[in-house]
Structure formats: structure tokens, C-alpha cells
Design a protein around this ligand. Structure first.
Ligand code: 4NP
Length: 152
């Protein structure tokens, strides 16, 4: 199972999902490949935002650097999970028809977020926003892992 988490800059939300799900999978002996990317290339090569790292200080971000979504991702990954509707729409525009079924919102795996299944962009806000993002992503990742374990 190969999973790609996607946000806009790949420096706040998707690296958080990448780091958290990677750790959760390892702790639960769930074999999978985890990666993240941005629909924008504007932060290419940059490490995760220090505010994201601070909000998830107990999680390792080792080896995570921003990179843009590339066309080969749609074939390579089994599951491509966007952080919000804008990024999901950007993915849908680029994804070949045969891989559209791989696209979804991360928060759609969290039963409490059915009506508002988006991780808000924390970039222009304060630390509280980053803490909320970490909490939402962590909970959604737990639901995602259970769902994927049930499928195996
Ligand atoms: P992310 O957050 O998409 O969660 O990585 C953002 C990072 C950078 C910008 C916007 C959102 N930006 O406008 O530069």
C-alpha cells in the first residue's frame, strides 16, 4: 500500500500527515509506503514549517522536504489524500481517468468531519491553528489506519 498526502505548499499539513501516518503505521506493523507532496511547487526543497514541527514535537519529520505533485504519482500511489477541497480539485484536474478513484479527502475518514471534511490552511494564522491541524490529522490518520487494516 502506497499513500500520498497532498496540500498546497507541502510544508504544513501534508508533511504533518506524512510524519504522523508513517509513525502510526510503524507502531502498528502496518507495511506501507508514505509520502507527501504539494499542488504548488513554490516551497520545493523546503523542510516542514517550524510551527508544524513544534505542534508535533513528538513526531519525527526526518527526510521530509517539500516537493510538487508529479504526473507519475497518480499511477504510482494507491491512495492520494488531499487536505482540502481546493487541493482535491487541483488533483482531479490533473489525474488520468483510470486513477481518479484513488483521490479523496483525508478528513473523509474521520466520522466527525462528514459535513466539513477539510483540514484548514494554518499558514497565515498562529500556533493554535497548527495545534488544531495536528489534532485533526492525527485523529483522521487513526481512522484511516483502522480502515486500511480492515481491508487487508
Ligand atoms: P500547506 O500550507 O499547504 O499546509 O503546506 C501552506 C504553505 C504555504 C502557503 C500556503 C499554505 N503559501 O501561501 O506559501
Amino acid at each position: 500500500m502506497k499513500i500520498l498526502f497532498v496540500c498546497l505548499g507541502n510544508i504544513c499539513r501534508s508533511p504533518t500527515a506524512h510524519a504522523i501516518f508513517r509513525q502510526l503505521a510503524a507502531e502498528n506493523n502496518f507495511a506501507c509506503e508514505v509520502e507527501s507532496a504539494g499542488t504548488s511547487a513554490s516551497h520545493k526543497g523546503a523542510p516542514p514549517d517550524p510551527r508544524s514541527i513544534k505542534a508535533a514535537i513528538d513526531v519525527s519529520f526526518k527526510g521530509i522536504y517539500s516537493r510538487p505533485v508529479q504526473s507519475t504519482d497518480f499511477d504510482y500511489y494507491d491512495l492520494i489524500l488531499a487536505m482540502d477541497l481546493e487541493n482535491l480539485a487541483a488533483l482531479k484536474r490533473r489525474c488520468p481517468a483510470e486513477h481518479q478513484h484513488k483521490l479523496n479527502l483525508l478528513m473523509s475518514y474521520h466520522p466527525d468531519y462528514a459535513s466539513q471534511p477539510e483540514v484548514p490552511d494554518p499558514y497565515y494564522g498562529g500556533a493554535r491553528g497548527f495545534e488544531l491541524v495536528r489534532q485533526m490529522i492525527e485523529q483522521a490518520c487513526e481512522h484511516l489506519l483502522v480502515k486500511l487494516q480492515q481491508r487487508r
